[in-house]
Design a protein. Structure first.
Length: 145
């Protein structure tokens, strides 16, 4: 059981499933809200090919290394971010993916649902003008070869 939509995707639900299977229990999925799919389908970026990253590492050096590794991926990048690190992430995206379109999907399926679209620099300006609250799904436009 979990309290966050379809469990097991970049959350502790994955550990629960693994333990249940190891104990011989049957695991039965019940489709429900999934932030990854909701953001991807309504975000407006290509959906033919995408790479789900989950949460990036917390430490700056590790985050930067992971973003650099993802730079050559040809599909849409999808990751999760907390409101406490969203400005930092946008600054990093401005350095690593400066010309790419980015979508910030926040509070999906809730009263204050919002999609913010622009380049990392444009979205960083929005974040500096008003606090961005809620959990985020971040979509980064695909590399055009």
């Amino acid at each position: 059981m979990t309290d966050s939509g379809s469990p097991g995707i970049s959350d502790p639900g994955g550990r629960v499933v693994k333990a249940a299977l190891a104990a011989g229990f049957r695991v039965e999925p019940v489709p429900g809200a999934c932030a990854l799919v909701a953001a991807l389908t309504a975000g407006g970026l290509p959906t033919e090919e995408f790479h789900f990253v989950g949460f990036l590492p917390h430490k700056s050096g590790q985050r930067r290394k992971k973003l650099e590794e993802l730079r050559s991926f040809a599909g849409t990048l999808v990751l999760y971010e907390s409101p406490y690190r969203i400005e930092k992430l946008l600054a990093e995206l401005n350095e690593v993916f400066p010309g790419r379109s980015v979508v910030l999907a926040r509070e999906l399926t809730k009263k204050f649902e919002e999609f913010l679209r622009g380049t990392p620099a444009q979205l960083l300006e929005v974040a500096k003008k008003r606090p961005l609250k809620g959990e985020f799904v971040v979509l980064i436009d695909s590399l055009r070869l």
